[in-house]
Ligand binder design. Structure first.
Ligand code: ADP
Ligand code: MG
Length: 687
């Protein structure tokens, strides 16, 4: 079968409970195929024995040990276990395992027992020590599964650990007898690709690092190949001719705004109307920095399409953002008689059913929502215009899925993470681009300070001054809970701490584990200034729009990627007030992290930041973040694979030129994959 045919939800796997489902969903994983598409961000090579004493400069060991004895030390009674290397007879080298918060290991690591050990070790207090280690009981007859292999390291989220993801992936792979190839045979041969069956198995369970790179090449080629096919088909499909001139309702709406449209907004609208009036369907990217007024352009073009008699779908990447858009649309558009509706995975069946039948009957003009929009049950009466916010968060399949709900609808993609022009042309082919460069008038650039950990008190004082003026602040941390293994600050602990710094100032904690209703209420209170500051994870990253918020504090800024930092900073500076962004960093920054922070300090220009990001970003550098990049690529890497993109592009061109209808037997597989994409896509609904 094809990978994308595995549409079963991950909840069908044994051992996957509610918490895991939730964590998977924040990685964009809902179905089996999504999980197989979760590409490892690296590998641990446990195939070679590295005895204690032979560790490399990173301190890695991979060996067999026997326990000699244990003791407790320090006021906190930390368990310390002395072990010795037994990978070769007569080899004697001791190591102390420091078991912070793992005192239960006393009953496991008993003297005389043998274990397999994978650890990072270092020299301190005159002995070799390790506090980061994994032990697996040694068994003569049945070697431990994680040993002697190369193990994938997956991006993590929430409660999910490596072990759980590895187990789940393994379970899926065991269920499927054979994965079919997705690329025509002649191309597989020409470019020496692996069969898809071995590519997908090698990515998750490799025999060697060489096989990993072959597998990656194969899957990346397929990704670029279908990206190119999708682009071609987008632009070659004939559309219907819409009206060119502004409608009455648009004019009325624009006139009712308390401000004038910027010239770039007007230009973008002109371009969109021209696309709508042209005989082929629109395929346009609207790029502009956060807060430049893209969403407003989207509403006005939606009015244009609706006035012409069509329906509009507006898709946003998170529930929070979708809700905010829906509330705005209701406030702005309903007074004009536009029927606005909202659908996400959390809309219950009771409300869902009447909504869906109204949609199918054409009684809803614009449907706003998340991934839920492309589930099977969502049927439009006449979908003519698809708007995708934060397009880089969606894959090409998802875009195609939503488009397939209409008859060659016009498509407007929006992004605040601009794509460098050369890249846009290479990857998107004939995609048209509208750019909003000018910010709405009266905006003052945000001032960015880099704050070393020691100088945080000065920052707290500066923010107090803003509170005194009635302004608001965001404090962003990378984690929800405390993790005793490291010193990364978390929202829960820091919220308590900040209450001590700002007694009497109202605040709230917000993160992804709160239910949607609570999140929405907190944000509403923040917008209404009932709350002065939010302590948050990066859930506030996209779209939140509160004019009086003037301070953005990002702690452990070194752990965030440039795109995320820029998005977060975009939450302030949304009015004519001066705003500040404080990037708090820890010592010993990597070179890349230094470069990222410097870039943030030196420029507010999203385009410049995007170009820098592309240069700096090495694969796997952005810890824990989805490897989405500009296009939500899973295997392909824009910084390394430009030649491969060119190849895929020219092959696609050749194929479509010779056989536009994909009727030849050689091309049957392409047709097959595409038909799957538009029928169920393997992306299941969020519940
Ligand atoms: P984006 O989607 O690009 O991040 P939005 O459309 O959300 O930006 O606009 C950000 C804020 O600026 C909103 O509050 C919006 O009402 C306001 N805005 C949009 N266009 C203008 C304009 N021409 N003049 C003044 N304010 C504007
Ligand atoms: Mg936006």
């Amino acid at each position: 079968m094809l990978i994308r045919e595995l549409s079963e939800p991950v909840s069908n796997l044994t051992g996957v409970g509610k918490a895991a489902i939730r964590s998977y969903s924040s990685l964009g994983v809902y179905s089996f195929s999504d999980l197989l598409a979760l590409s490892p961000r690296g590998y641990e090579n446990r195939s070679k024995i590295i005895p204690i004493g032979h560790q490399d400069e990173t301190g890695l060991v991979n060996t067999f040990i026997a326990v000699k004895g244990s003791s407790f030390f320090g006021a906190k009674h930390i368990l310390k276990v002395i072990v010795t290397d037994v990978s070769t007879p007569d080899y004697e080298r001791n190591l102390s395992l420091l078991c912070f918060n793992r005192n239960f290991l006393k009953d496991v690591l008993k003297p005389g027992r043998k274990f397999y050990l994978y650890a990072t070790i270092g020299q301190s207090f005159g002995e070799l020590q390790s506090s980061q280690f994994e032990v697996i009981p040694f068994c003569e007859s049945k070697p431990p599964e994680q040993f002697g292999r190369i193990l994938p390291i997956y991006p993590l989220s929430g409660t999910l650990g490596q072990k759980a993801i590895r187990r789940d992936v393994k379970n899926i792979l065991a269920r499927v007898r054979h994965f079919d190839d997705e690329i025509p045979q002649f191309l597989m041969e020409k470019y020496h690709l692996l069969s898809f069956d071995s590519a997908i198995r090698q990515i998750h369970n490799p025999d060697s690092l060489e096989m990993v790179s072959k597998a990656r090449r194969t899957l990346a080629f397929s990704e670029f190949f279908y990206q190119q096919i999708a682009t071609r088909r987008d632009s070659s499909s004939p559309g219907r001719r819409g009206k060119l001139e502004e409608s009455e309702v648009e004019k009325r709406f624009v006139a009712s705004l308390p401000f004038k449209l910027t010239s770039d907004q007007k230009k973008a609208l002109d371009e969109i109307r021209q696309d709508m009036a042209s005989p082929s369907s629109m395929n346009r990217l609207l790029q502009g920095d956060v807060g430049s007024g893209k969403t407003l352009v989207a509403w006005i073009s939606a009015l244009h399409a609706i006035d012409d008699g069509g329906q509009v779908a507006f898709m946003a990447p998170t529930e929070l953002l979708a809700r905010q858009h829906a509330e705005n649309a209701a406030r702005l558009l309903e007074p004009l008689g536009i029927r606005v509706s909202f659908l996400t995975g959390s809309v219950g069946t009771k409300q869902r059913e009447p909504l869906l039948s109204a949609l199918a009957a054409g009684e809803i003009d614009i449907l706003i929502g998340t991934h839920a929009l492309f589930s099977k049950s969502v049927i439009f009466s006449d979908l003519r215009f698809v708007i995708i916010d934060e397009q880089h968060r969606f894959g090409v399949q998802q875009r195609l899925a939503l488009m397939s709900k209409g008859h060659t609808p016009d498509v407007l993609l929006m992004t605040a993470t601009p794509i460098p022009r050369t890249l846009a042309l290479t990857v998107f082919g004939d995609l048209n681009v509208s750019t909003i460069k000018t910010m709405p008038p009266g905006r003052i650039p945000v001032i960015t300070h880099l704050v070393s950990d020691k100088r945080r008190n000065d920052m707290y004082q500066a923010i107090q001054v803003e509170f005194n003026r009635g302004h608001q602040a965001y404090f962003v941390y990378p984690r929800i809970d405390e993790n005793p293994d490291n010193a990364i600050r978390d929202v829960t602990t820091m919220h308590e701490y900040l209450k001590g710094i700002y007694p009497g100032v109202t605040s709230a904690l917000i993160h992804s584990r709160l239910d949607e209703e609570t999140k929405v209420n907190i944000l509403r209170d923040f917008a209404n200034r009932k709350i002065s500051y939010l302590v948050s994870t990066s859930v506030v990253e996209v779209g939140i729009d509160v004019a009086d918020a003037t301070c953005m504090v990002i702690e452990h800024a070194e752990l965030f990627g440039l795109a995320a930092l820029h998005q977060l900073r975009g939450r302030v500076g949304r009015s004519s007030l001066q705003s500040w962004c404080f990037l708090v960093f820890s010592d010993d920054l990597s070179e890349d992290a230094k470069l990222r922070l410097k870039t943030m300090k030196n420029t507010n220009d999203g385009f410049e930041i995007a170009e820098k990001d592309l240069i700096i970003r090495g694969p796997g550098e952005i810890a824990g973040k989805k490897q989405s990049g500009f296009l939500n690529l899973r295997y392909g890497d824009l910084t390394k694979d430009l030649a491969m993109i060119e190849t895929a592009r020219s092959e696609v061109e050749k194929i479509l030129k010779a056989d536009p209808g994909l009727l030849l037997a050689d091309h049957a597989i392409i047709k097959n994959v595409l038909s799957l994409d538009s029928s169920h896509q393997g992306f299941s609904m969020q519940n």
